[in-house]
Design a protein around this ligand. Structure first.
Ligand SMILES: N[C@@H](CCC[C@H](N)C(=O)O)C(=O)O
Length: 328
């Protein structure tokens, strides 16, 4: 963040739709040096800055995302969520996710529920069921009458190469050496990579120490989110997640899905499980290999805000193209 309180962002129009180093550009209409509107939201305390890139044009470099994510000097969030027009047929939106460290990632479960609420609140759609394209696959979002959002998170990927995890063949549990200590974990992709281990006492689990070591372990070549799961009974777990690219969060939706898949693979859980995270509860359902994982949970709006985006020297204002809001 710059010293005068203004936030540096580059806005240059749709030609450079995706910049180098993970920067992104929204779709045409906001003016160079104008304001970027956003909404702060959360799902069980996993918090997000959500931006409509259908009616706004902007570019944020990874360092800018890190500054915005900062809880003392910025807005503060675990992930930045970006709403874009779809790039595929039969899909309503494209949903992009950036961790607090500025890295773009494939999937975010709590974010998916917030996404559904956001696009309806912003009148980008009036659909109650929508299909959304992510880098981790297509997911289906369904608004419930109770204010909860149900998400079909897709079929978990278990083959090691698809997680990705380094192993010769699939196993429900792998032995991983961490500085001479043997750790037993399951490796699951929910679009994004997860390692899940069991703990007898979640309150004293070594999340802060073992989490970062496993996140960056060589056997997870794309790094991983690391879940610590305490089984209360066959229909109830407690879970803490050290998230890739942002550290321990109050809740992780894909982490909850991965934990239930891991527990079912080990024969420890029933198909419907209440997952108790620090920030609240999710209901996760999985009928077994080949089935999609279903996630049910709440969303919350925190506030709406806007950032002034100064023009970067050398970038000239372009006349914005006319766009209509997507309505279906
Ligand atoms: N909080 C998320 C997951 C966000 C992405 C994750 N940190 C990753 O790097 O894969 C969730 O609710 O799923």
């Amino acid at each position: 963040m710059s010293g005068d309180g203004e936030l540096l962002a580059n806005v240059d129009g749709p030609a450079s739709r995706r910049g180098a180093g993970g920067a992104f550009v929204g779709s045409p209409s906001a003016a160079l040096g104008g304001v970027l509107r956003f909404t702060k939201m959360h799902g069980l305390g996993n918090d997000f800055m959500v931006v409509d890139a259908i009616s706004q044009t902007f570019r944020l470099r990874p360092e800018m995302i890190r500054e915005l994510a900062d809880r003392h000097f910025g807005i503060g969030f675990d992930q930045l969520l970006v709403v874009e027009p779809p790039g595929l047929p039969d899909v309503d939106f494209r949903y992009r996710i950036f961790n607090a460290d500025g890295s773009e990632v494939e999937q975010c479960g709590n974010g998916a529920r917030c996404f559904a609420r956001f696009v309806r609140d912003q009148r980008l759609t009036n659909k109650k069921v929508m299909r959304v394209q992510t880098a981790g696959g297509i997911i289906e979002l369904r608004m419930g009458k109770d204010g909860l959002v149900k998400v079909n998170m897709g079929v978990p990927r278990l083959e090691p190469a698809t997680v990705p995890f380094s192993a010769d063949e699939f196993a429900p549990v792998y032995n991983v050496d961490v500085n001479g200590q043997n750790i037993e974990l399951s490796a699951v992709s929910m679009g994004n990579p997860h390692g899940v281990l069991l703990t007898a006492d979640i309150d004293n689990a070594p999340v802060a120490t073992l989490g970062p070591l496993l996140e960056k372990h060589w056997r997870f070549p794309a790094k991983a989110n690391i879940g610590f799961m305490q089984i209360v009974d066959r229909g109830h777990i407690r879970l803490r997640v050290f998230e890739r690219g942002c550290g321990e969060t109050l809740a992780c939706g894909t982490g909850a899905c991965a934990a239930v898949v891991a527990g079912c693979l080990r024969g420890l859980l029933d198909p419907r499980v209440e997952v108790e995270l620090i920030g609240g509860r999710l209901i996760i359902e999985w009928q077994g290999q080949g089935a999609a994982v279903m996630m049910d949970g709440p969303v919350a709006n925190v506030f709406e805000g806007q950032l002034r985006l100064p023009a970067e020297p050398g970038i000239r204002r372009r006349k914005p193209a006319r766009t209509g809001r997507q309505r279906s």
